[in-house]
Design a protein around this ligand. Structure first.
Ligand code: KG4
Ligand code: ZN
Length: 350
């Protein structure tokens, strides 16, 4: 059974075809990074307009790559043989962006006479580490999932394929957002996560004493604005009106700050994920979202897991940042559980 997935929650327009919730037949992502880079962040109006321009060609390409359509560039009015449902992320995200994917999905579901499935974008990130594995998802649960993306840092308990419960969340800047802001403070370009990851390899994570925010010994919530502000103070001094010293910092000092910041974030992510696995009593941890690409997080969490006999599964880098394969994969399980949506489905920001 194959599902067409659609993603448009932020600045990637994506479509994918996934068979049986785990075999990816196609995954097409049209990124808008180039459109937003000069503004240093996503501009919602520009994102919505770009989604409108790209959604049909992206869906057509996903069908063609999966071998379900003969031509790329346009979507036919007749249902392609081999698609059983359409899954779309209708929340959370930029509402103007979500609206484009939701409208496209509803239109195709109506025109093609197929069931429509709504998924939560963050639940899909939690599921994404199970895509493309030899073992079926049923064999990988129960688990705790850490979702570390641009907009969210959350811990989930996945009891089974449709019972996904949030057990921890971020109370201020998400991990990815903090990476992007620290990269902006260090003038490293956008998006900043990969830049910090690269530069940090040259730095000493102990050169600067940066804070770790635990929010109490039992808390599974996250806060990264403190460490971001600590980096800001190192670069500006305490006086925010003073000019940034970043131009006068040599590459070594910037690398030390990047390494110190990354180490502080990773230590908290690893500590709370282990605490969650311990508290829920599971032996497996899934990690998804853009920051799951981070090399320091991958090695620290993998070795901490090995020490404790926990299996840690990271999403493939292709499914870490926003994509539609994760929606099609999770949507398949919603479909099997009879959880379909009506054509009155709304796009929801929160
Ligand atoms: O999951 P995603 O596409 O966004 C949301 O759904 O919000 O993740 C994008 C985020 C950006 O903040 C980006 O800087 C971060 O993931 N990111 C990284 C790395 N690669 C991407 N952060 C740290 N290290 C990386 N290697
Ligand atoms: Zn995302």
């Amino acid at each position: 059974m194959s599902v067409l997935g659609i993603e448009s929650s932020c600045d990637e327009t994506a479509a994918a075809v996934v068979a049986d919730g785990r075999r990816v037949l196609s995954s097409v992502v049209a990124t808008q990074v180039d459109l937003h880079a000069r503004y240093g962040g996503v501009v919602p109006e520009i994102a919505s307009r770009a989604h409108i321009q790209r959604i049909n060609p992206v869906v057509a390409e996903a069908l063609a790559v999966a071998g379900l359509a003969t031509s790329t560039g346009s979507v036919r009015a007749a249902a392609p043989r081999g698609i059983d449902a359409i899954a779309v992320a209708n929340r959370p995200g930029l509402v103007g962006s979500l609206l484009i994917g939701v409208t496209a999905a509803k239109t195709l579901a109506w025109a093609w006479g197929l069931p429509l499935v709504a998924v939560d974008h963050i639940h899909s990130h939690a599921y994404s580490a199970m895509i493309g594995r030899e073992r079926p998802p049923e064999a990988l649960l129960p688990a705790v999932a850490l979702v570390v993306s641009g907009g969210h840092t959350s811990l989930y308990h996945l009891a089974d394929l449709v019972r996904i419960e949030r057990i921890g969340r971020c109370i201020d800047d998400a991990a990815g957002e903090a990476f992007d802001k620290v990269a902006a403070i260090l003038k490293l370009g956008y998006p900043g996560g990969p830049e910090i990851d690269r530069l940090a390899r040259e730095g000493d994570p102990r050169a600067f004493d940066l804070p770790r925010s635990w929010l109490g010994p039992d808390s599974l919530d996250f806060s990264f604005s403190g460490v971001k502000t600590a980096v800001l103070y190192q670069v500006h001094g305490q006086d925010m009106n003073a000019p940034s010293r970043v131009e006068r910092m040599d590459r070594r000092a910037k690398a030390d700050l990047a390494a110190g910041f990354q180490a502080a974030v990773v230590e908290v992510l690893v500590g709370k994920t282990l605490l969650a696995a311990d508290r829920i009593g599971v032996r497996r941890v899934l990690v998804g979202g853009g920051v799951a690409c981070n090399s320091a997080l991958r090695s620290a969490l993998t070795s901490a897991g090995q020490e404790r006999g926990l299996e840690v599964l990271f999403a493939d880098p292709a499914y870490c940042t926003d994509n539609a394969a994760m929606h099609a994969a999770l949507g398949y399980h919603h479909l099997r559980a009879g959880r379909t949506a009506g054509l009155d489905l709304a796009a929801v920001a929160g």
